[in-house]
Write a protein that binds this ligand. Structure first.
Ligand code: HEC
Ligand code: HEC
Ligand code: HEC
Length: 435
């Protein structure tokens, strides 16, 4: 190496180190707006208006859903999140001194929520969606803290994570943050309306919609295909951009709001992960905020998917699918896939039916599912499981049929795909008749 290149290399290394130092110190500078004296457990007169606003922020952020075991004490943690890397358990965030965040200050709290750092400086797993919460405003964070301090302290120690090597090494998250953590606050776009900006704030910040709806790379970081649909374990979060074919282009703003408020609309019925997001979060949002989310999502450019050609009804697999449909599905999903608004999924011209891999449909038919119940839609109908009843070829045929009828066109589902899903989803084998 010549002297000049050596010097250049050294300069690069120093610049990189400086950049990193700035990156990390700069990252938490914003948290200095928070108090660093009073702990969560300390007695302090609460401002009821701030507490009420903070409760609403926690609903936007869906904090309780992840930090509460179903049927367990609120915010006491222990809920296991299934990730491709293993199970990560949420922590106790009640103001209990021994097992919760009782001895944390507001600044510690800001750092954890917006920058993914424990009080002791350890990095948190991005299963806690700090990469979205970094967009939460200072004002909302102050209110959220005011609310958190009023929670009932619960003594409950956290469960241990079951991550395999190398994912169990928290230091590795340093690299993850460097690659995938967009450490920047929310910036209002003055050219857009107030409603649009509010919608974007809710979607990208507290609502953390991208956590499920943006496809991930092999390290669990967001790809550039913003809100264009992502495989989850055993289900699929569809594209929610304005794309006319795969996204929400065909839904009106009102239909979108109805879905987020009640869990169902003219064609879609929410269940699973979205059912939970609706149950604990979006059904409680006020109408103005729901309208803002719709305003924003309807402006997000989509994957620009080209509508494929639907399979011909004369294809043998389509004929077989039509037969299976008539015998097993028509009673509920109706003659021409209309479904029943607010109760049974309508297949006709439904973007949720033409997802790229169809994994969500295979899971629903094998394991069945239960629609979410909300105060706006108390029916909560059920989709029976067909794993015991139908073989792989029949399931593949009926789903291929549904995906290529009534205005839909999408790739074929293969019997092999169904067989694999049967194994990975731990579904029952088909019950064979021996007569
Ligand atoms: C998608 C699930 C999920 C949501 C939603 C979520 N959290 Fe978390 N949170 C976690 C997990 C998992 C951890 C533990 C991460 C780890 O161990 O590295 C965590 C950790 C934390 C911590 C650090 C506590 C500690 O002892 O280290 C705080 C504080 C926290 N969350 C607050 C919140 C707040 C406030 C909200 C709502 C604005 C929220 N969380 C929403 C999953 C979630
Ligand atoms: C925990 C994961 C998760 C989060 C967070 C989440 N979603 Fe979803 N979403 C899903 C899944 C899974 C589905 C498919 C539901 C089904 O088929 O019943 C879905 C479906 C939807 C649909 C219906 C799409 C269609 O074509 O049928 C809309 C609209 C939607 N989500 C909007 C949102 C918005 C807005 C947010 C943020 C406020 C959000 N989601 C947050 C997982 C999630
Ligand atoms: C007893 C009534 C009933 C029958 C019979 C039935 N379904 Fe359903 N199905 C429902 C209901 C209700 C829902 C919505 C609830 C939910 O998603 O949990 C649903 C949802 C679905 C979904 C989920 C759509 C999505 O967006 O994720 C698929 C796929 C589906 N049904 C396919 C079928 C097929 C194929 C058949 C026939 C083999 C069938 N269903 C038979 C009631 C039924």
């Amino acid at each position: 190496m010549t002297k000049a290149t050596k010097r250049a290399a050294l300069a690069c290394a120093v610049a990189a180190a400086l950049g990193l130092a700035l990156y990390f110190n700069g990252s938490t500078a914003a948290d200095e707006v928070a108090d660093n004296q009073v702990t969560a457990a300390a007695t302090l007169a609460a401002d009821p208006a701030a507490v009420a606003r903070g409760a609403y922020v926690s609903i936007q952020g869906d904090c309780a859903a992840c930090h509460t075991v179903p049927g367990g004490r609120a915010f006491a943690g222990g809920y296991g999140l299934q990730t491709p890397f293993g199970v990560i358990y949420s922590t106790n965030i009640t103001p209990d001194i021994k097992t919760g965040i009782g001895n944390w200050t507001e600044r510690d709290f800001f750092r954890a929520v917006r920058h993914g750092r424990h009080k002791n400086g350890q990095l948190l797993y991005p299963a806690m969606p700090y990469n979205a919460y970094v967009k939460i405003s200072d004002a909302d964070m102050h209110d959220l803290w005011a609310y958190m301090r009023t929670l009932q302290p619960v003594e409950q120690s956290p469960s241990h994570n079951t991550l395999g090597f190398p994912y169990n090494i928290r230091h590795a998250l340093w690299g993850w943050n460097l690659l995938f953590f967009d450490n920047a606050p929310f910036v209002t776009q003055p050219a857009q309306s107030a409603a649009w900006n509010r919608g974007r704030y809710l979607v990208d910040g507290p609502g953390h919609c991208a956590a499920c709806h943006t496809p991930k790379n092999f390290l669990g970081g967001d790809t550039g295909r913003y809100l264009q649909g992502a495989e989850l374990l055993g289900s699929y979060a569809p594209e929610i951009t304005a794309d006319p074919y795969r996204g929400l282009g065909s839904w009106s703003r009102e239909q979108l709001q109805t879905y987020l408020r009640t869990g169902a609309n003219h064609q879609a019925i929410a269940s699973g992960a979205m059912g939970e997001a609706i149950e604990f979060s979006t059904q409680h949002l006020n109408d103005q905020d729901l309208a803002a989310i719709a305003e924003y999502l309807k402006s997000v450019p989509g994957s620009n998917s080209i509508k494929p050609q639907a399979m011909a009804t004369t294809e043998p697999v389509m004929r077989r699918g039509a037969q299976v449909y008539e015998q097993n599905c028509m009673a509920c999903h109706n003659v021409a896939g209309e479904g029943i608004a607010g109760m049974v999924t309508g297949f006709a011209d439904n973007p949720g039916i033409r997802t790229p891999s169809g994994s969500n449909l295979v899971a629903a038919i094998l394991k069945g599912s239960k629609a979410v119940t909300t105060s706006g839609n108390v029916t909560g109908a059920g989709m029976p499981s067909f794993d015991w009843k139908l073989g792989d070829a029949d399931i593949a045929a009926v789903l291929t049929y549904v995906r290529n009828s009534w205005g839909n066109a999408a790739s074929q589902i293969t019997p092999e795909q169904v067989a694999t899903a049967r194994r990975t989803l731990d579904a029952k084998p088909q019950m064979l008749r021996h007569f």
